[in-house]
Design a protein around this ligand. Structure first.
Ligand code: F6R
Length: 607
């Protein structure tokens, strides 16, 4: 959420920053801007809207200089217009910021009382004003930045440049991610490794509270107390090539097609492909003694957690509490020390989930995180990280990370069940073999795209859509409804099919398509009754089912997508794929911006 970057070196900074912003655009696309130092003078270009607008501005008026900072914005305070676009430049200082300065109102009042005049509605401008005020009183850039940082409350990743100080950038991180990239005679700052990958050879992830002074040939890192510290530098993973669209129309389309590979790679990471034994990292505590698992996450990751709850309770017989992270953290749940706090996050940076992590930590829970970005803040703050192998997910709507999360949760379920004696060797073997069969079943889903497209035509015409599922397929209905809302802007709600008769059934008429997730598992008959109830009231049934289910649904469902029959345990993983493809196909018909839907951004680093 908001992407920032900085370049200090020997090459013209602006094109490097622009390309880094392209790679960060998934984090926000309300406006963008770049500021550079040109012979000691701050020069900047900003534009509302997507980066293409900034590109046009830069083409007309290029920026010179080898030191610069850039920003792509997801608006929090102030409309997404040019005036509120970053970088914010005041006097001798220009600043880009990801996060929220929570005490900006009191700081602003104080600065206004000092005679300072503000030119934006943002919280960020107080940072530029504060630093400039201190410098106007004689402080050096370093002193002014250090003292200003001490005044800030809230979450921030910052990059700052200073007039008359070519070759200097100061960065800071507090609750929002920031990394340093090392080049030859040039240094970089970026919100994530994707931004820095093609630029830098090594990367250092800053710790919370760190601030950093960059010149073309030096990096000095200080901790919150102002002590010089060393942070490990890692070789930059070769991910730059992995972030192209590979000929697909959208990142989302590419990422949907990656489901089979991602499931396969993730399973091989958590289950030994030769011995077929679950091979998770050492937990450092006994899975048998865990009194309760408290699961939390946001959005799609939360729906993955919901599936995990069904599995952990039914198969491993462990009590599970679950809530969205933004609620859990304010619920003050009474937790037994020694319980497991289980977090799920693609990015590992989601502010709500991070805040829940800290609550769980304070309540003496063992923190286990299922993450795609293991070097993220959550990765570093967890006792155990269970990595999924989804690769970079650029489409703002999550797809492949979801099935990767489920793959890890499946392995964790087997491990816990075996440890607790609720899953015996033969059941474990059966579960593992059905999991290893999944990548090829997942690949078969793409042979059904023509049927999904027929369904999409019906959904695209609707104003409201209902999604129904039961048991482990209820979270898949939630995921389908969320994906449809996010990228096609069609209103969709998901219900546990059995709940329909308790209220939502009154919504049904011929204009509200009902998408049902109905594999022929133990709950099929119950789901079928719920479908019949809806059909009897004029509902148009669109069903995702398997061959056995299709025989029972024929004549009832107006449109069906028939998937291969799989073990009930893995059905939610398989059924996710066509449900996400449906949302994609509807968005294509609606002509929306699939990869960057309105109002959204990935990696939600504000609460
Ligand atoms: C939905 C989506 C979001 C994320 C949520 C959590 O398509 O992308 O709902 O799942 O913001 O993000 P992570 O997993 O990064 O914590």
């Amino acid at each position: 959420m908001c992407g920032i970057c900085g370049v200090v070196g020997h090459r013209t900074a602006s094109p490097l920053i622009f390309e880094a912003l392209r790679r960060l655009e998934y984090r926000g696309y309300d406006s963008a801007g770049i500021a550079t130092l040109d012979h000691g003078r701050i020069d900047r270009r900003r534009a509302p809207g997507k980066l293409d607008h900034l590109q046009a501005v830069l083409e007309a008026q290029p920026l010179a200089g080898t030191t610069g900072i850039g920003h792509t914005r997801w608006a929090t305070h102030g409309e997404p217009n040019e005036q509120n676009a970053h970088p914010h430049a005041v006097g001798q200082v220009a600043v880009v910021h990801n996060g929220i300065i929570e005490n900006y109102e009191s700081l602003r009042d104080e600065l206004v009382a000092e005679g300072r005049v503000f030119s934006s509605e943002t919280d960020t401008e107080v940072v530029a004003q504060l630093i400039d005020l201190m410098m106007s009183r004689g402080a050096s850039p370093q002193e002014a930045a250090r003292e200003s940082l001490q005044r800030l409350q809230g979450a921030y990743a910052l990059a700052i440049i200073f007039a008359r100080h070519d070759g200097l950038i100061i960065g800071a991180r507090h609750g929002a991610p920031l990394a340093v990239g090392y080049g030859e005679g040039e240094m970089f700052l970026g919100s994530d490794s994707i931004a820095l990958a093609p630029l830098a050879q090594k990367i250092t992830y800053l710790d919370d509270g760190d601030w950093v002074v960059l010149t073309p040939r030096s990096v000095q890192i200080f901790d919150e107390a102002g002590q010089k510290v060393k942070r490990p530098a890692q070789p930059m993973a070769l991910i730059a090539g992995a972030v192209g669209k590979d000929g697909y129309r959208h990142y989302m389309e590419k990422e949907l097609h990656e489901h089979p590979v991602v499931i396969g790679q993730t399973l091989q990471r958590v289950i030994d492909p030769v011995s077929k034994a679950v091979a998770l990292p050492e937990f450092g505590f006994s899975l048998v003694e865990v009194p309760r698992v408290t699961m939390t996450a946001c959005g799609s990751a939360y729906y993955a957690a919901l599936v995990g709850r069904y599995w952990l309770e039914a198969e491993a017989r462990v009590p599970v509490d679950i809530d969205v992270a933004s609620e859990l953290r304010y619920r003050a749940p009474p937790l037994t020390p020694g319980g497991m706090g289980l977090l799920i996050s693609q990015s590992g940076e989601t502010a709500d989930t991070l805040a829940a992590l800290r609550l769980l930590r304070r309540s003496d829970q063992r923190i286990v995180s299922i993450l795609n970005v293991e070097t993220s803040t959550m990765g570093r703050d967890s006792d155990v990280t269970l990595g999924m192998v989804a690769g970079p997910e650029i489409s703002v709507a999550s797809t492949k990370a979801f099935t990767a999360q489920l793959s890890v949760l499946a392995a964790l379920t087997i491990a816990m069940g075996q440890a607790r004696g609720t899953i015996d060797a033969s059941r474990a073997q059966q579960m593992v073999s059905t999991l290893f069969d999944l990548p090829s079943r997942a690949a078969e889903v793409f042979q059904r795209v023509a049927d999904i497209q027929k369904m999409a035509v019906i959904v695209a015409e609707a104003r409201d859509v209902l999604y129904l599922g039961r048991g482990v397929c209820f979270p898949i209905a939630l995921e389908g409804a969320l994906k449809l809302k996010e990228i096609s802007y069609i209103h969709a709600e998901a219900y546990a099919a059995g709940e329909m008769k308790h209220g939502p059934i009154s919504l049904i008429d011929k204009d509200v398509p009902i998408v049902v997730i109905a594999p022929s598992t133990i709950l099929f008959d119950k789901t079928l009754s719920n479908i019949q109830e809806a059909k009897a009231r004029g509902g148009r049934i669109l069903a995702f089912t398997d061959e056995k289910g299709a025989a029972r649904l024929s004549g009832i469902a107006e449109q069906m997508v028939v998937l291969p029959e799989v073990d009930a345990f893995v059905a939610p993983i398989l059924f996710t794929i066509p449900v996400q493809i449906l949302a994609y196909e509807v968005a294509l018909l609606k002509g929306t911006d699939v990869d960057q839907p309105r109002n959204l951004a990935k990696s939600v680093t504000v609460e």
